[in-house]
Design a protein around this ligand. Structure first.
Ligand SMILES: Nc1ncnc2c1ncn2[C@@H]1O[C@H](COP(=O)(O)OP(=O)(O)OP(=O)(O)O)[C@@H](O)[C@H]1O
Length: 252
């Protein structure tokens, strides 16, 4: 069953296509990394796929009513500053809004999902802290927890591990991998190609708005693709801990 189908999705900024005729399908239980250099169109692609940005072509999610879409897909945008002086638990509980009538109190099931999300992101001890008084990395984890609490079949996250320390980056990707093993699907944009190679079962590589590779990390992170798209010389080394990605040089 497809959770998201894109057919020749195109986003224009002025006359220029920043997402250019992208088609793919996403099924259940996948952890998919969306990779590409700065400006490749990753954010634009995700926002258009969710119906948050005007586009041509078709996205199965963009066609849905917002209230229905919120039960199917959670979105974690790149901007992650929490401005409101409310508790961490209150922010995470916002993830339950699509599941309950306006103004209704949290049900026991809602509370269980909030608790599980806090636990998964290592935030149980932060539950009563003011969210706006946390560090940038802590706020990012709170917003990931809010998306987890939404408990949707699909989670779309734009650079969720940017600004996290190495332990929190790995812990977050493990949470995403566990979600995929439980049958959820996670589409996540990443700049860390090493972590992308280790944790994602599938990578989508964007270059100047076009989908230039779609496959396993070994199929996508080839010398040729890395040179053409990222303009780097790099090696992917197989180790007992999984694939390690080592950039070596910038190509002229
Ligand atoms: N509001 C905007 N107006 C005009 N052009 C825009 C706008 N937002 C993005 N763009 C352009 O669209 C292109 C794709 O941007 P996008 O943010 O989707 O890339 P990205 O792959 O997510 O980049 P990064 O890795 O730097 O976050 C870029 O060339 C960018 O300059």
């Amino acid at each position: 069953m497809s959770l998201l189908t894109l057919e020749t999705l195109t986003v224009r900024r002025g006359q220029c296509p920043v997402v250019d005729g992208v088609s793919f399908q996403i099924g259940k239980g996948e952890l998919i990394g969306l990779i590409g250099p700065n400006g490749a169109g990753k954010t634009s692609l995700m926002r258009a796929a969710l119906g948050l940005l005007a586009h041509e072509g078709r996205s199965s999610l963009a066609q849905m009513r917002a209230s229905e879409r919120a039960k199917l897909a959670a979105w974690m945008p790149q901007q992650r500053e929490i401005a409101w002086p409310v508790t961490v638990e209150t922010v995470v509980a916002l993830g339950r809004m699509p599941h309950r009538p306006t103004g209704a109190k949290l049900s026991a099931q809602d509370q269980a999902q909030v608790d599980k999300a806090l636990d998964r992101m290592g935030l149980t001890g932060f539950r009563d802290r003011a969210a706006n008084a946390l560090s940038g990395g802590e706020q990012a984890r709170v917003l990931i927890a809010r998306a987890l609490a939404q408990d949707t079949p699909l989670l779309v996250a734009d650079e969720p591990i940017a600004g996290l320390d190495p332990a929190a980056q790995i812990a977050t990707l493990r949470v995403f991998r566990d979600l995929a093993a439980e049958g959820h699907t996670v589409l996540v944009s990443l700049h860390d190609l090493s972590l992308a190679a280790r944790y994602c079962g599938r990578l989508l590589m964007l270059d100047k708005g076009r989908l230039v590779a779609d496959g396993t990390p070994a199929e996508v992170l080839t010398e040729g693709n890395l040179a053409t798209t990222f303009h780097i010389r790099a090696r992917v080394i197989d180790t007992e801990h999984g694939a390690l990605f080592q950039p070596i040089d910038v190509l002229p």
